[in-house]
Design a protein around this ligand. Structure first.
Ligand SMILES: CC(C)(COP(=O)(O)OP(=O)(O)OC[C@H]1O[C@@H](n2cnc3c(N)ncnc32)[C@H](O)[C@@H]1OP(=O)(O)O)[C@@H](O)C(=O)NCCC(=O)NCCS
Length: 184
């Protein structure tokens, strides 16, 4: 178990909350699906996670992270899976999800930081994320184009982001190859 360092203010409460995080267990799978269904307008992301979990080429045990509420229930979710850049192994951070009622209380950031820390501890380096350009830079992501990395589809430059977990190591350049479950 990892305790996050960053306490966050929970709206309408006067206490500070430090989210506890851990990698998923089999018992968390239904709750993770519920989080994804609540956070996104369709079941696309929930189905994507189930498909990734079933793909041994994409799934990496220990990189599916939940933040846990005070009752011990999963409240936030972040997944990192295997992708490639020009044939070289890299990681994709997707999806990240928190139910609307819990959003902006730090549950998402805690799960993301925990997933990135676990990947770093495994000796992984390059992580890619497609998402909000005003959210992911706080974790160290910058436009992937600065690394010479591009998405395999048209996307605004600032939305396709990359980060080296160990800035002293080289990263591959080229086009991202996502696991088949992404359907791109
Ligand atoms: C995006 C998401 C995972 C963030 O998790 P969270 O627990 O709500 O976020 P945190 O509390 O950790 O962080 C709060 C910060 O994130 C920002 N943030 C939250 N959602 C955001 C969004 N959709 N776009 C931009 N910034 C966002 C908040 O403005 C806040 O910024 P501040 O710290 O400068 O005030 C969550 O809001 C969510 O599930 N959203 C719907 C699904 C989604 O869009 N997932 C991401 C796909 S790329």
């Amino acid at each position: 178990m990892n305790d996050t360092d960053t306490p966050d203010f929970r709206e309408n409460e006067i206490t500070m909350t430090a989210w506890t995080t851990r990698s998923e267990t089999a018992a968390d799978i239904p709750a993770i699906r519920e989080i994804l269904l609540a956070a996104f307008p369709t079941a696309l992301e929930a189905d994507l996670v189930d498909a990734l979990r079933a793909d041994p080429k994409a799934w990496i045990d220990g990189l599916s992270m939940v933040s846990i509420d005070p009752d011990g229930a999963p409240a936030g979710y972040a997944l990192i899976t295997r992708c490639h850049v020009d044939g070289e192994p890299a990681l994709a951070l997707a999806p990240c999800a928190v139910p609307p009622s819990v959003q902006r209380t730090g549950a998402g950031s805690a799960a993301i930081r925990s997933a990135l820390d676990a990947a770093r501890a495994m000796g992984e380096n390059l992580v890619l994320v497609l998402g909000h350009a005003d959210y992911y830079p706080r974790f160290g992501f910058t436009p992937a184009s600065r690394f010479g990395i591009r998405a395999p589809f048209d996307v605004p430059d600032e939305a396709m982001m990359a980060m080296a977990l160990d800035g002293t190591r080289p990263v591959p350049t080229g086009t991202i190859e996502y696991p088949a479950a992404f359907g791109v």
